[in-house]
Design a protein around this ligand. Structure first.
Ligand code: C5P
Length: 221
């Protein structure tokens, strides 16, 4: 039978991951966190000390065995068999990931992998270029946004809950910087696909957000 693909794009902290995870569980779809893939490449490049040598980063990316396993609400990430799940969400990765993600050769490899994952399952994929580049024929396209302040508050709260010591202003500055780089790059910039449905979830709880999304998705399918 034909497989369904739901694409969710939007800026950092817009609630894409939470919404996509909730939807995947509700609809029994496979969940794909493409940001985790770019984070994994960034972490590996930093660890090998090659993050400023873009040719070396592309070469590394081509030879890396990158695997994602979604388990109990968490995307577990493995490179060459080693688990790096907890290592890809640090301040160091946050400050470098948008630069690494702008390298065309890196995106080429990630898009190949993402399409292979979507080949034979019902999929909810979230990222920046899912509806525009990775799955332009997706059955449902959603562009999720919220105000910068709201997004920074959400991310800051996550850090506090995880006992990560970072100031609100630093969180907000990193989000703004990443959005700027992600929207401004030449290859696959963050933007709303023409045929995507834009939802601003500023002020909505995750539950309200989910309810709204389910209504919209049911109407679209
Ligand atoms: O979604 P998340 O915030 O974890 O993504 C981290 C970074 O990965 C983004 O800021 C962006 O630079 C990059 N990314 C991307 N394309 C995607 C998903 C993420 O360039 N489809």
């Amino acid at each position: 039978s034909k497989k369904i693909i739901i694409a969710i794009d939007g800026p950092a902290g817009s609630g894409k991951s939470t919404a996509a995870k909730n939807l995947a569980r509700k609809l029994n779809f496979t969940y794909l966190d493409t940001g985790a893939m770019y984070r994994a490449i960034t972490y590996c490049a930093l660890q090998r000390g090659i993050a400023d040598d873009y040719d070396a980063v592309v070469e590394m990316t081509r030879n890396l065995d990158l695997k994602l396993r979604f388990e109990n609400g968490v995307t577990r990430v493995f490179v060459n068999g080693e688990e790096i799940t907890d290592k890809i969400r640090t301040a160091e990765v946050n400050s470098k990931v948008s630069e690494i993600s702008a390298i065309p050769g890196v995106r080429e490899e990630m898009v190949k992998l993402q399409r292979a994952i979507g080949k034979d399952c019902n999929l909810i994929a979230e990222g920046r270029d899912i509806a525009t580049v990775v799955f332009p024929d997706a059955d449902v396209k959603i562009y999720l946004t919220a105000s910068l302040d709201e997004r920074a508050r959400r991310r800051f709260k996550e850090y506090q809950e995880g006992s990560v010591n970072i100031s609100f202003d630093d969180v907000k500055a990193n989000l703004a910087k990443r959005d700027e780089i992600d929207s401004g790059r030449d290859v696959a910039p963050l933007k709303k696909a023409e045929d995507a449905l834009e939802i601003d979830n500023t002020g909505l709880t995750p539950d309200d957000d989910l309810e709204l999304l389910i209504k919209k998705i049911e109407a679209a399918l």
